[in-house]
Design a protein around this ligand. Structure first.
Ligand code: ADP
Ligand code: MG
Length: 273
């Protein structure tokens, strides 16, 4: 049953950090699953050619599958590539295929190259709304780079969710990401806001992790969620079963902390509107 409030308008998050391996994909699929489990309607858009989010959501994404590539390059409608996730009824995924690796280059010569995902997403959301199936949350899982695909995600979104791994270089990488987001705000999407930061793979037993967490909270007191995600074997095992940890082991510490983070996101969204 749902105890999370529904947002007044659809909230669209880009999950970004130009560093690889910080928990972007894990955060995308588990926050999405947490919200879906609470009864909210959620769409995940996978724009990383690796397709890790598609894998974790149990959605086929081999080379022959119609994917986000066809949306941004071949003008397919998003509804023609979106698939239902097998384990959670309110959760859908627009999968990534390996073809997306070439999209960075192919996009360069296309008209409205920065707006292609945004336009397709807006058409999709409007259609869902017309069918009384309004989508509550969209999460776009980005590759670890700041290329045109990620720019498309920033243009399509209203909010940025940044997962941060509590390690020594965490804040260094962040300033580059934030200045890129400022450029997007200035030139392409003035509405975009860095609303949410989530500490991932947190090990409170080490002084370094605690120190980094403290620094991040001090710099971004409004954005950092109270919930931090612990390092957990169950979280890293779940994708190999085509599952999120929310469905794979719902009583595990990893699942509980992602549910807590999802609820915080939902509660904050209800307040700010
Ligand atoms: P990104 O998308 O930023 O590259 P991932 O979400 O794929 O990062 O995470 C990188 C690796 O770390 C994956 O193998 C994932 O399963 C693992 N991982 C992510 N979060 C956790 C966690 N809280 N505990 C343990 N392993 C994790
Ligand atoms: Mg990833």
């Amino acid at each position: 049953g749902s105890s999370f409030p529904r947002p007044v308008n659809t909230r669209i998050f880009t999950v970004a950090n130009q560093k690889g391996g910080v928990g972007k994909t894990t955060t995308t699929v588990n926050i999405a699953a947490g919200l879906a489990k609470a009864g909210l309607r959620v769409l995940v858009i996978d724009i990383d050619p690796q397709g890790n989010a598609s894998t974790a959501l149990g959605v086929p994404h081999h080379a022959e599958v119609d994917s986000v590539y066809d949306v941004v390059i071949n003008d397919y409608e998003l509804k023609d590539v979106v698939q239902d996730c097998p384990d959670l009824s309110n959760l859908r995924c627009a999968p990534a295929t390996i073809h997306l690796a070439g999209a960075e280059i192919e996009l360069v010569s296309l008209v409205a190259r920065e707006q292609r995902l945004a336009r397709a997403l807006n058409r999709y959301l409007r259609e869902c709304e017309e069918q009384d199936e309004r989508v509550d949350y969209v999460f776009i899982d980005c590759p670890p780079s700041l290329g045109l695909l990620t720019v498309n995600a920033f243009v399509a979104a209203g909010e940025v969710l940044i997962p941060i791994q509590c390690e020594y270089y965490a804040l260094e990488g962040l300033s580059q990401l934030l200045s890129n987001i400022e450029l997007i705000q200035k030139h392409l999407n003035p509405e975009l806001a860095v609303s949410t930061i989530l500490l991932t793979m947190f090990d409170g037993r080490t002084n370094l992790a605690s120190q980094v967490a403290e620094d991040v909270r001090e710099h971004f007191p409004e954005q950092v969620l109270n919930a931090a995600i612990p390092r957990s074997v169950r979280i890293s095992e779940a994708p190999s079963y085509g599952q999120t940890v929310i469905t794979y082991d719902q009583a595990s510490s990893g699942a509980l902390s992602y549910l807590e983070a999802a609820e915080e996101i939902a509660e904050r969204g209800a307040k700010s509107e």
